[in-house]
Design a protein around this ligand. Sequence first.
Ligand code: SGN
Ligand code: CA
Length: 537
Amino acid sequence: MNPRPLLLSLLLLAAAVLPCPGADRPNIVFIFSDDHSPNAIGAYDRWLKSVNPTPRIDELAAQGMLFERSYCTNSICGPVRAVIETGKHSHLNGFRQNGDQFNWDQPTFAKLLQKGGYQTVLYGKYHLEGKPQGYDDWKVLPGQGLYYNPDFITPDGKVTIEGYCTDIVTDLAVDWLKEKRDPAKPFLLRVQHKAPHRNWMPAPRHLGIYDDVLIPEPPTLFTKHESQASPSRHQELEVDRHMDLNYDLFVDLTADFNQPPSQQRQDRSAWQNMQRMTAAQMDAWRAYYGPLDKAFHEANLYGEALVRWKHQRYLRNYLACVKGVDESVGRLMDTLKEMNLADNTIVIYSADQGFYLGDRGWYDKRWMYEPSLEMPLIVKWPGVTSPGSRNHDLVQNLDYAETFLEMAGVAVPDDMQGRSLVPLLKGEKPKEWRDAIYYHYFEYPSVHMVARQRGVRTDRFKLIHFYQFGEWEFYDLDADPQELTNQYANPVYATEVARLKERLEKLKAQYADDSDISEMPKSWQEEVRKPAPKPGA
Ligand code: SGN
Ligand code: CA
């Protein structure tokens, strides 16, 4: 037998199954911000659209695919990121809540990409603690990171970089693209912003950019949560009762930053950020906020008028932070074009979860209600995603690792729990795409006091179980997209409620979530109101 044809077929087979080492595999730029609600992205066409908050992200959406039903698995920073690294739910990857320590020794998609011949780089906020593995270069913010003149942890130790965090992280990425990458290899470049996370501190050049605009209010700013389970009324994230004028909105903060604030505030981010400002940065802040504070004190507001004023100030600051992120996306796209990389580079924009921008009267996230369950997701893949397309399938951060691997032609491990989005990006509608997503939030009691919850969401219905309290909620999202009327006890929905309960059990089994849910809430006094640690302790 002539061995030639056999050899040829073996070579062809190898070429089909092994990732090809050439530079023709697509590069991936993954831009990930923190707490950026789809409501604050123009392309999502929601209630803040008139403000035109994100012209450059909208440009990305016009060139790629926008996911309308993109949801997180556990609406809080570290856990969402751990799921992205591993393609596994929180109960399996071990990072259930902020403050947990990510086990970097477990398999991650970045390690697999690296093995598959990709250069892998991570800059900015990661919030997983520990030394990142799977990255050729990394510079990450410790913990939440700071907006002004932040520290970075690097393979060579800690460095402080002067400037505004969003700009610095973008500079690191642009510099890597221009000066450091190996042009012979495809790459994964992760650009991860702190913005627009609390405390919403804009760059000096963006202070006041929305002062001439009356920011729209969400329709649920004054919702009372009357039909909801009790946890909705016993949280600590209301614009009215919990958003602090001084700490969150900087009223009078610029006037006395040289005086140590109360012990409780010293270890919190706003004060640390103020302390770090250069004289020029602080002057810009005083010049901007000083006159506004004076006018605020003179107006002597209370009740609903005060809530409305806080909401305006909150969103002006938040959207000014978003502006920095939007400019970053623009700079990265411009750089790729300038370097002739745009045609072979996939650009992804996403954020770790949604955020309440006054929706339901709240700020922050954590709940399974839509404003915090959602994650923005926009993907431009030249030659693959149809420009300006919109996908309506149920997708999650659980799918990202698998997606990156398939994009790079690297095999997806069997124990990852999500599904690659590549077919969806190609415009295909795979048979048996998931018809429900599973959610489990663990961090309670903790800051903002949002109860543990888990649940299931289908196209049309949502069931939430506040299991420590034995309470349930059920929504018909078609009839009630704002989730204002809990239909759990309504006999009209009894069959659907029973069906979703069953679905929840099946998902629990499918994802092997055997978390102990019998744990009862610990006392607020004992767990949350512990004295603040001493600075430096
Ligand atoms: C900090 C914030 C909270 C926020 C958590 C989690 N307080 O504790 O408002 O919910 O982080 O955010 S702050 O005083 O630091 O602003 S996450 O996005 O990192 O999960
Ligand atoms: Ca976050």
